[in-house]
Design a protein around this ligand. Structure first.
Ligand SMILES: [Zn+2]
Length: 375
């Protein structure tokens, strides 16, 4: 089925217009069922649907039952944590979470070379991974509903800042957010020292295009602005202040200044000092291929294992096999070879990590013990 046609059909089953009108539980239920039926028909054999009426999520999945249960549990945890800290109200509508096979994902015409995306027009999230990309796009989905509720359109720095913060975090006991070590920190620190990052005032007014042109620096940049607020337990206050003064300042500069009690220039100075004082996660002196112990080659869905380095733990453990396609490592998506090194470097040698792979067309997660620098 062509994506355009699907979009029209989805639009037809969505209850009401795109407005912020509150819907009743029976409207929610009827829409969820219509969406599940429609997507099940579209994807056909090998797919199951699951409706989470508590969080207004409709799952359409090619995953095995156990993995799907893990995913529904994971998203419920994040939805709850984000409702408590940020987006206070429940979703205005059902969000469909599509977890397709690799082939079907490619047919869904993803916007760029990405492992997942959220389409606000159909309120559908499609993700190839069940980890960080999924959480990133899920944050966009929750945020989108919150924006429509408030009749606002938030700037790209704010949207991506929240998505990247949650993407690199884990919800732990009591719904607390534990921020994971970030391999992009060392790069960001280097960029600050080399004056290679735009001033904060410029970041706040960037449009989507300018932001994506400097994606390599902008994503870690906005993540660490949000992290700065989060660590001072001011993220929720900031977001609320921002929404309250939205008409006076769309960029959120005023809200930052009010929340942190300083003019922007002083905030920027303090933020840089804070950032430069942070310790980057363990980084090796040698290329990371030595740690995982593989030679790799590009595949459309990720990184294909081409060969093992002789004597490497990867070879000895026999967990990975030649032609496995690595989709994520330790919860980080690895769509390209250049994503692998930071993913592995965020862990320590000897650590057992989850590697999400595609083997003979099947997605699965394997556990692997990382080798030391010189294997
Ligand atoms: Zn994003």
């Amino acid at each position: 089925m062509r994506p355009v046609l699907v979009m029209a059909m989805v639009a037809a089953v969505l209850v009401g217009a795109a407005g912020a009108a509150e819907r009743s539980p029976s409207e929610f239920a009827a829409e969820a069922k219509a969406l599940a039926d429609l997507y099940e028909k579209q994807f056909g054999e090998g797919y199951t649907t699951h409706i989470d009426s508590r969080w207004h999520l409709v799952y359409v999945s090619a995953l095995d039952d156990r993995t799907l249960r893990n995913v529904t549990h994971l998203l419920a945890l994040y939805a709850e944590a984000q409702q408590r800290s940020l987006f206070r109200e429940p979703l205005l509508w059902n969000v469909t979470v599509v977890l397709p096979t690799v082939n079907d994902y490619r047919k869904s015409s993803p916007p760029r070379e990405v492992a997942g995306y959220y389409n606000p027009a159909t309120r559908t999230l499609t993700s190839l991974t069940t980890s960080d990309v999924l959480i990133h796009e899920f944050t966009h989905a929750l945020h989108h509903s919150d924006e429509v509720r408030a009749n606002q359109r938030h700037p790209v720095w704010l949207r991506e800042g929240l998505a990247t913060l949650f993407q690199g975090s884990r919800v732990v006991e009591g719904g607390r957010l534990e921020v994971l070590p970030d391999p992009s920190l060392a790069m960001l620190q280097g960029a600050i020292r080399d004056r290679g990052i735009p001033p904060l005032a410029d970041l706040l007014v960037m449009d989507h295009r300018a932001f994506t042109e400097k994606a390599e620096i902008c994503y870690p940049y906005v993540r660490h602005i949000m992290l700065y607020l989060h660590q001072q337990e001011k993220l929720g206050t900031f977001y609320e202040a921002y929404k309250a003064q939205y008409t006076a300042d769309v960029t959120a500069r005023k809200a930052l200044e009010a929340t942190l009690g300083q003019p922007l220039e002083a905030i920027e100075k303090a933020w840089r000092a804070w950032l430069l004082a942070r310790e980057p996660p363990w980084t090796p002196a040698h290329p990371t291929v030595a740690h995982l112990g593989i030679r790799m080659r590009r595949a459309p869905e990720g990184i294909m294992v081409d060969a093992f380095l002789p004597g490497s733990t990867a070879q000895r453990a026999g967990v990975l096999k030649i032609n496995d396609i690595i989709v994520s490592v330790a919860g980080r998506a690895t769509p390209n070879a250049r994503d692998l090194a930071p993913a592995v470097q965020s862990c320590k040698p000897g650590q057992t990590i989850d590697i999400e792979i595609i083997r003979d067309g099947q997605r699965m997660v394997v556990q692997h013990v990382l080798g030391a620098i010189r294997e």
